[in-house]
Design a binder for this molecule. Sequence first.
Ligand SMILES: Nc1nc2c(ncn2[C@@H]2O[C@H](COP(=O)(O)OP(=O)(O)O)[C@@H](O)[C@H]2O)c(=O)[nH]1
Ligand SMILES: [Mg+2]
Length: 231
Amino acid sequence: MHLDHGVTFPHRHTHSAEPLRADGTRRALRIGLGGPVGSGKTATVAALCRALRAELSMAVVTNDIYTREDAEFLLREAVLPPERITAVETGACPHTAIRDDISANLEAVEELEEAFREHAPLDLILVESGGDNLTATFSRGLVDAQIFVIDVAGGDDIPRKGGPGVTTADLLIVNKTDLAPHVGSDLGRMARDAAEKRGELPVAFQSLRGPEGVAPVASWIRERFAAWAVR
Ligand SMILES: Nc1nc2c(ncn2[C@@H]2O[C@H](COP(=O)(O)OP(=O)(O)O)[C@@H](O)[C@H]2O)c(=O)[nH]1
Ligand SMILES: [Mg+2]
């Protein structure tokens, strides 16, 4: 078998970790949101779009297993113009599409970057994973930073159980704190367990129903973007 000639690889515009492309232009900062089904990933993405769209040129890639439901929700809510929202259908294995065979997601990200490159270069692309379990994390070849979203209704023992999302994500969101009194979750315990598992890595306790909403997480993204923009 001859493998030393005639082999071509598909062309990609960007798949390096470098912010600057060969021509000196800057690609978008890519942030992944993972976590169990129903924890509030899409709601967080929607709130982040509303909070940041006036200051950053944004786009979103959603990953649904068989449908386009998350993208359709974002379109219905009109959080961004439709051309800034792309849906990837992942089939049965949502974690594969963000971790092992990231080609469909990478293509979606690169097509968005290409489409806006001339007139409104993208600053930020949010990639929402299809809800999975506690083990799903994003490949560093797909995103520059990742947020893991769990919620208080899923049980206050989730931070203690750990798993790579809870332990290693750049930001852990413990969402739906407004529900804590109703489901008997102990936020203090969740904070202690998360700190023990994560060391210095940040944790945001969030309620999208509360007055602060997504503001602390939007600030965290602003900081990441500021650091990205000077690299
Ligand atoms: N009470 C409460 N409900 C929330 C909060 N965030 C999201 N939800 C609701 O939780 C449900 C699942 O949210 P969604 O964003 O679709 O979860 P995803 O599967 O992780 O994308 C929806 O009905 C949201 O409105 C929150 O902070 N508090
Ligand atoms: Mg969702």
